[in-house]
Ligand binder design. Structure first.
Ligand SMILES: O=P(O)(O)O[C@@H]1[C@@H](OP(=O)(O)O)[C@H](OP(=O)(O)O)[C@H](O)[C@H](OP(=O)(O)O)[C@H]1OP(=O)(O)O
Ligand SMILES: Nc1ncnc2c1ncn2[C@@H]1O[C@H](COP(=O)(O)OP(=O)(O)OP(=O)(O)O)[C@@H](O)[C@H]1O
Length: 483
Protein backbone atom coordinates (compact mmCIF):
# COMPACT_ATOMS: atom_id res chain seq x y z
CA UNK A 1 0.00 0.00 0.00
CA UNK A 2 1.69 3.21 -1.19
CA UNK A 3 0.31 5.82 1.14
CA UNK A 4 1.23 8.76 -1.08
CA UNK A 5 -0.59 7.28 -4.08
CA UNK A 6 -3.92 6.40 -2.55
CA UNK A 7 -6.88 6.40 -4.93
CA UNK A 8 -10.37 6.26 -3.43
CA UNK A 9 -11.57 4.36 -6.50
CA UNK A 10 -9.54 1.34 -5.41
CA UNK A 11 -11.39 1.08 -2.09
CA UNK A 12 -14.89 -0.19 -1.45
CA UNK A 13 -17.23 0.15 1.48
CA UNK A 14 -16.92 -3.00 3.57
CA UNK A 15 -18.87 -2.47 6.78
CA UNK A 16 -19.12 -0.47 9.95
CA UNK A 17 -19.88 -0.67 13.62
CA UNK A 18 -20.66 1.93 16.21
CA UNK A 19 -17.25 3.58 16.22
CA UNK A 20 -15.44 2.67 13.00
CA UNK A 21 -16.07 2.39 9.28
CA UNK A 22 -14.13 -0.13 7.24
CA UNK A 23 -13.15 0.05 3.55
CA UNK A 24 -11.44 -2.78 1.68
CA UNK A 25 -9.02 -3.19 -1.17
CA UNK A 26 -8.14 -6.84 -1.95
CA UNK A 27 -6.26 -8.26 1.02
CA UNK A 28 -6.18 -5.04 3.14
CA UNK A 29 -8.77 -3.01 4.99
CA UNK A 30 -8.63 0.50 6.42
CA UNK A 31 -10.57 1.07 9.61
CA UNK A 32 -11.47 4.76 10.00
CA UNK A 33 -12.72 6.42 13.18
CA UNK A 34 -16.20 7.91 13.25
CA UNK A 35 -17.50 10.93 15.17
CA UNK A 36 -21.03 11.96 16.10
CA UNK A 37 -22.51 13.86 13.12
CA UNK A 38 -22.95 16.99 15.24
CA UNK A 39 -19.15 17.13 15.64
CA UNK A 40 -18.51 16.99 11.89
CA UNK A 41 -17.63 20.68 11.61
CA UNK A 42 -15.45 20.69 14.70
CA UNK A 43 -13.69 17.38 15.21
CA UNK A 44 -13.72 16.39 18.89
CA UNK A 45 -9.98 15.69 18.90
CA UNK A 46 -6.81 16.83 17.19
CA UNK A 47 -4.92 14.76 14.60
CA UNK A 48 -2.34 13.87 17.27
CA UNK A 49 -5.07 12.68 19.64
CA UNK A 50 -6.67 10.58 16.89
CA UNK A 51 -3.28 9.05 16.11
CA UNK A 52 -2.81 8.26 19.82
CA UNK A 53 -6.31 6.76 20.04
CA UNK A 54 -5.59 4.35 17.18
CA UNK A 55 -2.11 3.58 18.53
CA UNK A 56 -3.79 2.74 21.85
CA UNK A 57 -6.07 0.31 19.99
CA UNK A 58 -3.05 -1.37 18.39
CA UNK A 59 -1.17 -1.55 21.72
CA UNK A 60 -4.18 -2.85 23.64
CA UNK A 61 -4.78 -5.51 21.01
CA UNK A 62 -1.17 -6.63 20.73
CA UNK A 63 0.00 -6.25 24.36
CA UNK A 64 -3.14 -7.26 26.25
CA UNK A 65 -5.83 -9.02 24.21
CA UNK A 66 -3.46 -11.03 22.05
CA UNK A 67 -1.88 -12.55 25.16
CA UNK A 68 -5.23 -13.49 26.64
CA UNK A 69 -6.91 -14.70 23.46
CA UNK A 70 -3.91 -16.22 21.70
CA UNK A 71 -1.61 -14.63 19.15
CA UNK A 72 -2.80 -16.91 16.38
CA UNK A 73 -6.27 -15.35 16.50
CA UNK A 74 -5.31 -11.68 16.76
CA UNK A 75 -4.20 -9.25 14.03
CA UNK A 76 -3.46 -5.91 15.60
CA UNK A 77 -2.54 -3.94 12.46
CA UNK A 78 -0.75 -0.62 12.30
CA UNK A 79 -1.64 3.06 12.34
CA UNK A 80 -1.24 4.76 8.96
CA UNK A 81 -1.33 8.41 7.90
CA UNK A 82 -3.43 8.98 4.81
CA UNK A 83 -3.69 11.97 2.47
CA UNK A 84 -6.61 14.13 3.69
CA UNK A 85 -8.00 14.51 0.19
CA UNK A 86 -8.15 10.71 -0.19
CA UNK A 87 -10.14 10.39 3.04
CA UNK A 88 -12.52 13.20 2.03
CA UNK A 89 -13.23 11.62 -1.35
CA UNK A 90 -13.61 8.20 0.23
CA UNK A 91 -16.11 9.54 2.72
CA UNK A 92 -18.23 10.96 -0.13
CA UNK A 93 -17.90 7.76 -2.15
CA UNK A 94 -19.10 5.37 0.56
CA UNK A 95 -21.86 7.57 1.99
CA UNK A 96 -24.71 6.08 -0.09
CA UNK A 97 -23.77 2.53 0.91
CA UNK A 98 -24.02 3.17 4.62
CA UNK A 99 -27.01 1.82 6.58
CA UNK A 100 -29.32 4.66 7.57
CA UNK A 101 -29.19 3.87 11.28
CA UNK A 102 -25.41 4.30 11.32
CA UNK A 103 -25.51 7.77 9.76
CA UNK A 104 -25.75 9.53 13.12
CA UNK A 105 -21.95 9.34 12.88
CA UNK A 106 -19.58 10.58 10.18
CA UNK A 107 -16.09 9.44 9.17
CA UNK A 108 -13.21 11.37 10.69
CA UNK A 109 -11.95 13.28 7.66
CA UNK A 110 -9.69 15.61 9.63
CA UNK A 111 -6.95 13.52 11.21
CA UNK A 112 -5.81 11.51 8.19
CA UNK A 113 -5.24 8.55 10.52
CA UNK A 114 -6.56 5.04 10.12
CA UNK A 115 -5.86 1.50 11.21
CA UNK A 116 -4.53 -0.75 8.45
CA UNK A 117 -5.38 -4.45 8.89
CA UNK A 118 -5.37 -7.64 6.84
CA UNK A 119 -8.71 -8.22 5.17
CA UNK A 120 -9.97 -11.18 7.17
CA UNK A 121 -12.76 -11.84 4.68
CA UNK A 122 -10.24 -12.27 1.88
CA UNK A 123 -7.47 -14.25 3.53
CA UNK A 124 -4.30 -15.51 1.91
CA UNK A 125 -5.81 -19.02 2.15
CA UNK A 126 -7.77 -17.99 -0.91
CA UNK A 127 -4.71 -17.87 -3.13
CA UNK A 128 -4.26 -21.65 -3.15
CA UNK A 129 -7.65 -22.29 -4.74
CA UNK A 130 -9.92 -20.78 -7.37
CA UNK A 131 -12.94 -21.06 -5.11
CA UNK A 132 -13.74 -17.82 -3.28
CA UNK A 133 -13.49 -18.22 0.50
CA UNK A 134 -16.63 -18.21 2.61
CA UNK A 135 -16.34 -16.11 5.75
CA UNK A 136 -18.63 -16.07 8.71
CA UNK A 137 -18.50 -13.25 11.22
CA UNK A 138 -20.10 -13.88 14.60
CA UNK A 139 -20.40 -11.39 17.43
CA UNK A 140 -21.08 -13.91 20.19
CA UNK A 141 -21.55 -11.53 23.21
CA UNK A 142 -21.65 -12.64 26.90
CA UNK A 143 -21.30 -16.40 27.28
CA UNK A 144 -22.00 -16.85 31.00
CA UNK A 145 -24.32 -15.86 33.81
CA UNK A 146 -22.94 -13.71 36.65
CA UNK A 147 -22.59 -15.62 39.90
CA UNK A 148 -21.59 -12.77 42.19
CA UNK A 149 -23.31 -12.47 45.57
CA UNK A 150 -23.62 -8.74 44.94
CA UNK A 151 -26.12 -9.13 42.13
CA UNK A 152 -29.26 -7.39 43.34
CA UNK A 153 -31.70 -9.09 40.98
CA UNK A 154 -31.94 -12.84 41.05
CA UNK A 155 -33.01 -12.93 37.40
CA UNK A 156 -29.47 -12.02 36.34
CA UNK A 157 -28.22 -15.41 37.44
CA UNK A 158 -30.97 -17.18 35.48
CA UNK A 159 -31.42 -15.30 32.23
CA UNK A 160 -28.42 -14.11 30.25
CA UNK A 161 -27.86 -10.48 29.38
CA UNK A 162 -28.28 -11.03 25.65
CA UNK A 163 -31.71 -12.65 26.04
CA UNK A 164 -32.89 -10.00 28.51
CA UNK A 165 -31.60 -7.19 26.29
CA UNK A 166 -33.51 -8.56 23.29
CA UNK A 167 -36.87 -7.49 24.74
CA UNK A 168 -35.60 -3.96 25.25
CA UNK A 169 -34.02 -3.75 21.80
CA UNK A 170 -37.21 -4.84 20.06
CA UNK A 171 -39.41 -2.56 22.20
CA UNK A 172 -37.21 0.46 21.44
CA UNK A 173 -37.10 -0.32 17.71
CA UNK A 174 -33.40 -1.14 17.39
CA UNK A 175 -34.48 -4.42 15.80
CA UNK A 176 -37.86 -5.34 14.47
CA UNK A 177 -37.72 -9.01 15.30
CA UNK A 178 -36.35 -10.69 18.39
CA UNK A 179 -33.32 -12.96 18.00
CA UNK A 180 -33.68 -16.40 19.57
CA UNK A 181 -29.92 -16.84 19.61
CA UNK A 182 -28.58 -17.41 23.13
CA UNK A 183 -24.82 -17.01 23.66
CA UNK A 184 -24.83 -19.65 26.40
CA UNK A 185 -25.87 -22.23 23.81
CA UNK A 186 -23.06 -21.21 21.45
CA UNK A 187 -20.45 -21.29 24.22
CA UNK A 188 -21.76 -24.57 25.67
CA UNK A 189 -19.52 -26.83 23.58
CA UNK A 190 -22.56 -29.09 23.23
CA UNK A 191 -22.98 -29.70 19.51
CA UNK A 192 -26.77 -29.74 19.57
CA UNK A 193 -26.97 -26.48 21.49
CA UNK A 194 -24.34 -24.90 19.28
CA UNK A 195 -26.18 -26.01 16.16
CA UNK A 196 -29.40 -24.53 17.52
CA UNK A 197 -27.63 -21.25 18.36
CA UNK A 198 -26.10 -20.89 14.88
CA UNK A 199 -29.42 -21.76 13.28
CA UNK A 200 -31.00 -18.89 15.26
CA UNK A 201 -28.24 -16.51 14.17
CA UNK A 202 -29.03 -17.33 10.55
CA UNK A 203 -32.74 -16.96 11.17
CA UNK A 204 -32.31 -13.49 12.68
CA UNK A 205 -28.74 -12.17 12.31
CA UNK A 206 -29.20 -8.66 13.78
CA UNK A 207 -25.61 -7.44 14.27
CA UNK A 208 -24.40 -10.87 15.44
CA UNK A 209 -23.88 -12.61 12.10
CA UNK A 210 -22.57 -11.68 8.67
CA UNK A 211 -21.59 -14.01 5.85
CA UNK A 212 -19.10 -13.09 3.14
CA UNK A 213 -18.12 -14.78 -0.10
CA UNK A 214 -14.92 -13.74 -1.85
CA UNK A 215 -14.69 -10.74 0.47
CA UNK A 216 -18.22 -9.47 -0.25
CA UNK A 217 -21.03 -9.53 2.26
CA UNK A 218 -23.78 -11.86 0.97
CA UNK A 219 -25.90 -12.18 4.11
CA UNK A 220 -26.47 -9.69 6.92
CA UNK A 221 -29.10 -7.43 8.35
CA UNK A 222 -28.27 -3.91 7.29
CA UNK A 223 -31.30 -2.20 8.78
CA UNK A 224 -33.81 -3.24 11.41
CA UNK A 225 -36.50 -4.13 8.85
CA UNK A 226 -34.73 -4.89 5.57
CA UNK A 227 -35.54 -8.22 3.95
CA UNK A 228 -33.33 -11.25 4.48
CA UNK A 229 -32.87 -13.65 1.61
CA UNK A 230 -32.18 -17.10 2.98
CA UNK A 231 -32.75 -18.65 -0.45
CA UNK A 232 -30.08 -16.49 -1.97
CA UNK A 233 -27.72 -17.52 0.85
CA UNK A 234 -28.45 -21.18 0.15
CA UNK A 235 -27.86 -20.58 -3.54
CA UNK A 236 -24.39 -19.25 -2.69
CA UNK A 237 -23.64 -22.08 -0.25
CA UNK A 238 -24.88 -25.04 -2.30
CA UNK A 239 -21.87 -25.43 -4.66
CA UNK A 240 -19.51 -25.65 -1.65
CA UNK A 241 -21.36 -28.67 -0.28
CA UNK A 242 -22.03 -30.60 -3.45
CA UNK A 243 -18.37 -31.45 -3.97
CA UNK A 244 -17.09 -34.96 -3.22
CA UNK A 245 -18.77 -37.55 -0.98
CA UNK A 246 -21.04 -39.07 -3.60
CA UNK A 247 -22.92 -35.78 -3.65
CA UNK A 248 -22.73 -35.15 -7.39
CA UNK A 249 -26.49 -35.23 -7.47
CA UNK A 250 -28.27 -31.92 -7.19
CA UNK A 251 -30.95 -33.37 -4.92
CA UNK A 252 -29.34 -32.15 -1.73
CA UNK A 253 -32.12 -30.39 0.15
CA UNK A 254 -31.77 -26.83 1.41
CA UNK A 255 -31.93 -28.21 4.91
CA UNK A 256 -29.01 -30.53 4.20
CA UNK A 257 -26.96 -27.67 2.73
CA UNK A 258 -27.64 -25.57 5.80
CA UNK A 259 -26.84 -28.43 8.17
CA UNK A 260 -23.53 -29.06 6.44
CA UNK A 261 -22.69 -25.38 6.55
CA UNK A 262 -23.45 -25.19 10.27
CA UNK A 263 -21.47 -28.36 10.90
CA UNK A 264 -18.39 -26.98 9.10
CA UNK A 265 -18.68 -23.70 10.98
CA UNK A 266 -19.00 -25.50 14.30
CA UNK A 267 -15.92 -27.60 13.54
CA UNK A 268 -13.92 -24.41 12.97
CA UNK A 269 -15.24 -22.82 16.18
CA UNK A 270 -14.29 -25.93 18.16
CA UNK A 271 -11.00 -26.54 16.41
CA UNK A 272 -7.97 -26.53 18.66
CA UNK A 273 -5.39 -27.58 16.08
CA UNK A 274 -4.54 -30.78 17.85
CA UNK A 275 -3.35 -28.99 20.97
CA UNK A 276 -3.85 -30.52 24.35
CA UNK A 277 -6.36 -29.01 26.72
CA UNK A 278 -9.46 -30.52 28.17
CA UNK A 279 -12.87 -28.95 28.40
CA UNK A 280 -12.65 -25.58 30.05
CA UNK A 281 -16.16 -24.81 31.01
CA UNK A 282 -16.36 -27.26 33.88
CA UNK A 283 -15.85 -24.32 36.23
CA UNK A 284 -19.01 -22.63 35.18
CA UNK A 285 -20.74 -25.90 35.67
CA UNK A 286 -24.04 -27.00 34.17
CA UNK A 287 -26.11 -25.09 36.69
CA UNK A 288 -24.74 -21.79 35.41
CA UNK A 289 -24.45 -22.59 31.76
CA UNK A 290 -28.14 -22.69 30.92
CA UNK A 291 -30.12 -19.56 30.31
CA UNK A 292 -33.76 -19.88 31.29
CA UNK A 293 -34.82 -17.82 28.29
CA UNK A 294 -33.11 -20.02 25.71
CA UNK A 295 -35.61 -21.91 23.62
CA UNK A 296 -33.30 -24.85 23.20
CA UNK A 297 -35.02 -27.81 24.73
CA UNK A 298 -32.76 -28.98 27.56
CA UNK A 299 -34.12 -32.48 27.27
CA UNK A 300 -32.40 -32.73 23.92
CA UNK A 301 -28.93 -32.20 25.31
CA UNK A 302 -29.07 -35.24 27.59
CA UNK A 303 -26.20 -36.66 25.54
CA UNK A 304 -24.03 -34.53 27.82
CA UNK A 305 -21.99 -31.44 27.41
CA UNK A 306 -18.65 -32.10 25.76
CA UNK A 307 -17.25 -28.73 26.90
CA UNK A 308 -15.15 -26.44 24.76
CA UNK A 309 -11.73 -27.68 23.64
CA UNK A 310 -9.12 -25.74 25.63
CA UNK A 311 -7.51 -23.90 22.76
CA UNK A 312 -10.56 -23.25 20.61
CA UNK A 313 -11.52 -19.69 19.80
CA UNK A 314 -14.74 -19.93 21.82
CA UNK A 315 -12.91 -21.21 24.85
CA UNK A 316 -10.31 -18.43 24.67
CA UNK A 317 -13.01 -15.77 24.42
CA UNK A 318 -15.06 -17.27 27.24
CA UNK A 319 -12.03 -17.57 29.51
CA UNK A 320 -11.21 -13.91 28.88
CA UNK A 321 -14.80 -12.84 29.52
CA UNK A 322 -14.69 -14.75 32.81
CA UNK A 323 -11.37 -13.30 34.01
CA UNK A 324 -13.38 -10.96 36.16
CA UNK A 325 -16.75 -12.35 37.15
CA UNK A 326 -17.62 -9.18 39.02
CA UNK A 327 -20.96 -7.72 38.12
CA UNK A 328 -21.26 -4.07 37.14
CA UNK A 329 -23.20 -3.41 40.37
CA UNK A 330 -20.22 -4.59 42.36
CA UNK A 331 -17.83 -2.61 40.25
CA UNK A 332 -19.50 0.75 40.47
CA UNK A 333 -18.31 1.59 44.04
CA UNK A 334 -14.72 0.96 42.88
CA UNK A 335 -15.25 3.30 39.94
CA UNK A 336 -16.66 5.88 42.32
CA UNK A 337 -13.51 5.61 44.44
CA UNK A 338 -11.30 6.33 41.44
CA UNK A 339 -13.53 9.16 40.24
CA UNK A 340 -13.38 10.87 43.65
CA UNK A 341 -9.61 10.47 43.76
CA UNK A 342 -9.18 11.97 40.30
CA UNK A 343 -11.28 14.97 41.22
CA UNK A 344 -8.72 15.76 43.90
CA UNK A 345 -5.66 14.63 41.91
CA UNK A 346 -6.46 15.03 38.20
CA UNK A 347 -2.83 14.57 37.20
CA UNK A 348 -2.96 10.97 38.38
CA UNK A 349 -4.97 9.90 35.34
CA UNK A 350 -1.72 9.11 33.55
CA UNK A 351 -0.23 7.12 36.45
CA UNK A 352 -3.40 5.03 36.69
CA UNK A 353 -3.45 4.51 32.89
CA UNK A 354 -7.01 5.81 32.69
CA UNK A 355 -6.65 6.40 28.93
CA UNK A 356 -3.75 3.99 28.44
CA UNK A 357 -1.07 3.68 27.25
CA UNK A 358 -1.35 -0.10 27.16
CA UNK A 359 2.34 -0.77 27.61
CA UNK A 360 4.64 -2.76 29.90
CA UNK A 361 3.78 -0.56 32.90
CA UNK A 362 0.08 -1.17 32.31
CA UNK A 363 0.65 -4.94 32.36
CA UNK A 364 2.72 -4.59 35.55
CA UNK A 365 -0.10 -2.62 37.15
CA UNK A 366 -2.52 -5.48 36.34
CA UNK A 367 -0.14 -8.11 37.71
CA UNK A 368 0.68 -6.25 40.93
CA UNK A 369 -2.94 -5.89 41.99
CA UNK A 370 -3.48 -7.16 45.58
CA UNK A 371 -5.84 -10.13 45.94
CA UNK A 372 -7.97 -8.34 48.56
CA UNK A 373 -9.32 -4.81 48.49
CA UNK A 374 -6.91 -2.70 50.57
CA UNK A 375 -9.01 0.41 50.06
CA UNK A 376 -6.47 1.95 47.69
CA UNK A 377 -7.19 3.80 44.48
CA UNK A 378 -4.66 1.52 42.75
CA UNK A 379 -6.71 -1.54 43.64
CA UNK A 380 -9.91 0.08 42.41
CA UNK A 381 -8.39 1.32 39.14
CA UNK A 382 -6.82 -2.07 38.41
CA UNK A 383 -10.09 -3.91 39.02
CA UNK A 384 -11.86 -1.56 36.63
CA UNK A 385 -9.19 -2.14 33.99
CA UNK A 386 -9.65 -5.89 34.45
CA UNK A 387 -13.38 -5.55 34.05
CA UNK A 388 -12.96 -3.43 30.93
CA UNK A 389 -10.72 -6.12 29.42
CA UNK A 390 -13.54 -8.62 29.93
CA UNK A 391 -15.93 -6.09 28.34
CA UNK A 392 -13.80 -6.07 25.19
CA UNK A 393 -14.05 -9.87 25.08
CA UNK A 394 -17.83 -9.58 25.48
CA UNK A 395 -18.09 -7.33 22.43
CA UNK A 396 -15.52 -8.78 20.02
CA UNK A 397 -16.29 -10.68 16.82
CA UNK A 398 -15.02 -13.96 15.43
CA UNK A 399 -14.21 -14.24 11.74
CA UNK A 400 -14.11 -17.77 10.36
CA UNK A 401 -12.72 -18.06 6.82
CA UNK A 402 -13.49 -21.35 5.07
CA UNK A 403 -11.94 -22.70 1.90
CA UNK A 404 -12.78 -26.14 0.45
CA UNK A 405 -9.86 -28.50 0.77
CA UNK A 406 -9.13 -31.81 -0.90
CA UNK A 407 -7.72 -33.91 1.96
CA UNK A 408 -10.45 -36.47 2.41
CA UNK A 409 -11.39 -39.90 1.14
CA UNK A 410 -14.19 -39.90 -1.44
CA UNK A 411 -16.53 -42.08 0.61
CA UNK A 412 -16.20 -40.21 3.95
CA UNK A 413 -19.39 -39.38 5.78
CA UNK A 414 -20.44 -35.82 6.59
CA UNK A 415 -19.81 -32.48 4.94
CA UNK A 416 -16.92 -32.00 2.52
CA UNK A 417 -13.62 -30.89 4.10
CA UNK A 418 -12.68 -27.25 4.54
CA UNK A 419 -9.53 -25.48 5.62
CA UNK A 420 -10.40 -22.81 8.16
CA UNK A 421 -8.71 -19.70 9.43
CA UNK A 422 -10.16 -18.24 12.61
CA UNK A 423 -9.51 -14.67 13.79
CA UNK A 424 -10.88 -12.33 16.43
CA UNK A 425 -11.61 -8.72 15.59
CA UNK A 426 -12.75 -5.52 17.25
CA UNK A 427 -10.45 -5.68 20.27
CA UNK A 428 -10.56 -2.00 21.16
CA UNK A 429 -10.16 -0.88 24.78
CA UNK A 430 -13.44 0.23 26.37
CA UNK A 431 -13.42 3.72 27.90
CA UNK A 432 -12.81 3.91 31.65
CA UNK A 433 -15.55 6.48 32.00
CA UNK A 434 -18.20 4.17 30.55
CA UNK A 435 -18.84 2.47 33.90
CA UNK A 436 -21.72 4.71 35.01
CA UNK A 437 -23.38 4.33 31.61
CA UNK A 438 -22.94 0.54 31.88
CA UNK A 439 -24.55 0.48 35.31
CA UNK A 440 -27.58 2.46 34.10
CA UNK A 441 -27.91 0.33 30.98
CA UNK A 442 -27.77 -2.82 33.08
CA UNK A 443 -30.52 -1.52 35.36
CA UNK A 444 -32.65 -0.57 32.36
CA UNK A 445 -32.24 -3.97 30.69
CA UNK A 446 -33.08 -5.90 33.85
CA UNK A 447 -36.04 -3.81 34.95
CA UNK A 448 -37.49 -3.75 31.44
CA UNK A 449 -37.18 -7.53 31.22
CA UNK A 450 -38.85 -8.05 34.58
CA UNK A 451 -41.71 -5.67 33.77
CA UNK A 452 -42.33 -7.12 30.32
CA UNK A 453 -42.12 -10.66 31.54
CA UNK A 454 -44.51 -10.14 34.40
CA UNK A 455 -46.99 -8.47 32.05
CA UNK A 456 -47.13 -11.54 29.85
CA UNK A 457 -48.34 -15.07 30.49
CA UNK A 458 -45.72 -17.63 31.44
CA UNK A 459 -43.44 -18.72 28.58
CA UNK A 460 -44.69 -16.14 26.13
CA UNK A 461 -41.98 -13.55 26.33
CA UNK A 462 -41.15 -14.15 22.70
CA UNK A 463 -42.48 -11.58 20.26
CA UNK A 464 -42.59 -14.26 17.58
CA UNK A 465 -45.12 -16.95 18.38
CA UNK A 466 -44.13 -19.32 15.58
CA UNK A 467 -40.62 -19.76 16.86
CA UNK A 468 -41.51 -19.57 20.52
CA UNK A 469 -41.99 -23.32 20.74
CA UNK A 470 -38.94 -25.53 21.01
CA UNK A 471 -38.35 -27.52 17.82
CA UNK A 472 -40.10 -30.82 17.36
CA UNK A 473 -38.09 -33.98 17.82
CA UNK A 474 -38.34 -34.83 14.15
CA UNK A 475 -36.96 -31.46 13.08
CA UNK A 476 -34.03 -32.01 15.38
CA UNK A 477 -33.25 -35.31 13.66
CA UNK A 478 -33.35 -33.60 10.30
CA UNK A 479 -31.02 -30.92 11.57
CA UNK A 480 -28.36 -33.42 12.48
CA UNK A 481 -28.58 -36.01 9.75
CA UNK A 482 -28.20 -34.41 6.34
CA UNK A 483 -29.77 -36.45 3.58
O1 LIG B 1 -23.28 -2.65 25.69
P1 LIG B 1 -23.74 -3.60 24.63
O2 LIG B 1 -23.71 -5.02 25.06
O3 LIG B 1 -25.04 -3.19 24.04
O4 LIG B 1 -22.68 -3.54 23.44
C1 LIG B 1 -22.54 -2.45 22.53
C2 LIG B 1 -22.91 -2.96 21.15
O5 LIG B 1 -24.29 -3.19 21.12
P2 LIG B 1 -24.97 -4.60 20.88
O6 LIG B 1 -25.75 -4.88 22.10
O7 LIG B 1 -23.93 -5.62 20.59
O8 LIG B 1 -25.86 -4.36 19.71
C3 LIG B 1 -22.58 -1.92 20.08
O9 LIG B 1 -22.86 -2.51 18.82
P3 LIG B 1 -23.89 -1.83 17.79
O10 LIG B 1 -23.51 -0.41 17.66
O11 LIG B 1 -25.25 -2.02 18.39
O12 LIG B 1 -23.71 -2.63 16.53
C4 LIG B 1 -21.10 -1.55 20.13
O13 LIG B 1 -20.34 -2.70 19.83
C5 LIG B 1 -20.71 -1.03 21.50
O14 LIG B 1 -19.32 -0.91 21.55
P4 LIG B 1 -18.58 0.50 21.43
O15 LIG B 1 -19.17 1.36 22.51
O16 LIG B 1 -18.87 0.98 20.08
O17 LIG B 1 -17.14 0.21 21.65
C6 LIG B 1 -21.10 -2.02 22.60
O18 LIG B 1 -20.94 -1.36 23.84
P5 LIG B 1 -19.92 -1.79 24.97
O19 LIG B 1 -19.34 -3.13 24.64
O20 LIG B 1 -18.90 -0.70 24.92
O21 LIG B 1 -20.72 -1.80 26.20
N1 LIG C 1 -9.72 -6.90 9.54
C1 LIG C 1 -10.93 -6.95 8.99
N2 LIG C 1 -11.14 -7.68 7.88
C2 LIG C 1 -12.34 -7.74 7.30
N3 LIG C 1 -13.43 -7.10 7.75
C3 LIG C 1 -13.30 -6.35 8.85
C4 LIG C 1 -12.06 -6.24 9.54
N4 LIG C 1 -12.24 -5.42 10.61
C5 LIG C 1 -13.54 -5.07 10.59
N5 LIG C 1 -14.18 -5.61 9.54
C6 LIG C 1 -15.60 -5.47 9.18
O1 LIG C 1 -16.03 -4.17 9.52
C7 LIG C 1 -17.10 -4.23 10.47
C8 LIG C 1 -16.96 -3.09 11.47
O2 LIG C 1 -15.73 -3.22 12.16
P1 LIG C 1 -15.64 -3.19 13.73
O3 LIG C 1 -16.51 -4.24 14.33
O4 LIG C 1 -14.21 -3.25 14.09
O5 LIG C 1 -16.27 -1.76 14.01
P2 LIG C 1 -16.65 -1.10 15.39
O6 LIG C 1 -17.21 0.23 15.09
O7 LIG C 1 -15.48 -1.16 16.31
O8 LIG C 1 -17.78 -2.08 15.92
P3 LIG C 1 -18.62 -2.01 17.29
O9 LIG C 1 -19.98 -1.57 16.93
O10 LIG C 1 -18.61 -3.43 17.77
O11 LIG C 1 -17.92 -1.06 18.21
C9 LIG C 1 -17.01 -5.61 11.09
O12 LIG C 1 -18.27 -6.03 11.55
C10 LIG C 1 -16.47 -6.46 9.95
O13 LIG C 1 -17.51 -6.90 9.12
Amino acid sequence: MQLDKMDENDWVYHGEGNKNLVVAHLSRVLRLLKYPAEDSENPPQSAEQAFRQIQNIVDFSSNVMSILLGEKFVHSGEVVKLPLEFVRQLSIKVQHERPGWRCDKVIDIYSGCALSLPNLTYPVLHLSTHTPPLCVEIKPKWGFLPSSKHVSKDIKSKVCRFCMYQLYKVATGKWKKRSLYCPLDLFSGNKQRMHFAIRQLIEEPQNNLKIFKGGQCIYSRKDSDDSLDLNSLLHHLRPYFLQGNNRFNCHMTNKAVLNDFIQVLMNALLSSEGREGGPVNDRHAERQSYCDASLFNKERSRQGSQGLPGDSVLSRILQTQMLDMRDIEELYPLYHRVEQHLQDFPKQRARLHIEGPYNKEFLEMLQKCPAEDDGSVEYAATKIHQYLITKTAKDCSIMVALVPSSDKEEDDEGPPPFTSLVSILDLDPKPFDSILYQLRLDQTIVSFYLQTRSALPEDSVSSHPTICAAPEKEECTLLFHPV
